[in-house]
Design a protein around this ligand. Structure first.
Ligand code: TMP
Length: 219
């Protein structure tokens, strides 16, 4: 039995930075290195957490207080960690997660203005020390990324997008600043990738970052 823990990789960034394409690039890079990986996302990843995601993204008439939003995100995270992330890592398989707690700091903390200390308390209670081993942050200017997100929504018939995507650009400027601030304060875990270029060049940078991470692991 493989008793070694798998690695936990997260992918972060604002709307329209191209996370889906880069999830696929990371998956293929890991598989090429013979590494077994499970792909998942937040909010979501398990049936209960996906239900919570639907509630979080839908533009219902009932107002969503910021505290309610944050608690729902951590409720989803709790069941996701317990039922998918931890069991997968503990059998030695890697986990690649589209967004994790850095998104809560960036969106709820910097974007909405929820206390960062409150988020840290929830992080401690829910995660009990579990942190990503590597976080790739896809970074692009907000106007470039928002334009991409709008064209994608139009092409997929999604209208003006979900409850987060309809936010003003000033909100996404704060989210971007939040992500970059966190990346700057934890340079060992974060790798910032310039996502303003075309898909091929961004994928190349992503693959390089994954290769560097793998080659830095003890053999
Ligand atoms: P996605 O569209 O990238 O799948 O993410 C859904 C939305 O959830 C996205 O707009 C960001 C938001 N979100 C938060 O606000 N806080 C969080 O902690 C997470 C994981 C996502």
């Amino acid at each position: 039995m493989n008793t070694q823990f798998g690695k936990f990789i997260t992918l972060e960034g604002g709307e329209g930075v191209g996370k889906s394409t880069q999830m696929a690039a990371i998956q293929s890079e890991l598989q090429a290195a013979g590494i077994e990986v499970v792909l998942t996302r937040e909010p979501g990843g398990t049936p209960r957490a996906e239900e919570i995601r639907r509630l979080l993204l839908s533009k219902d008439a009932e107002a969503m207080p910021d505290t309610c939003e944050l608690l729902m995100i951590f409720a989803a995270r709790s069941t996701h960690l317990h039922n998918l992330i931890l069991p997968t890592l503990s059998r030695g398989t890697w986990v690649l997660c589209d967004r994790f707690t850095d998104a809560s700091y960036a969106y709820q903390g910097y974007g909405r203005g929820v206390s960062l200390d409150f988020i840290t308390q929830l992080e401690r209670i829910v995660q009990q020390g579990i942190q990503p081993d590597l976080t790739l942050l896809l970074d692009a200017p907000v106007d470039v990324a928002m334009q991409r997100a709008r064209s994608r929504n139009t092409m997929q018939g999604l209208g003006d997008g979900d409850r987060f995507e309809v936010e003003q650009s000033s909100f996404f400027e704060r989210v971007r600043k939040g992500y970059l601030t966190r990346a700057g304060s934890d340079i060992n875990r974060f790798k910032v990738i310039d996502a303003s270029g075309d898909l091929d060049s961004v994928s190349r940078l992503t693959r390089q970052a994954i290769k560097a991470f793998i080659s830095g692991l003890p053999s």
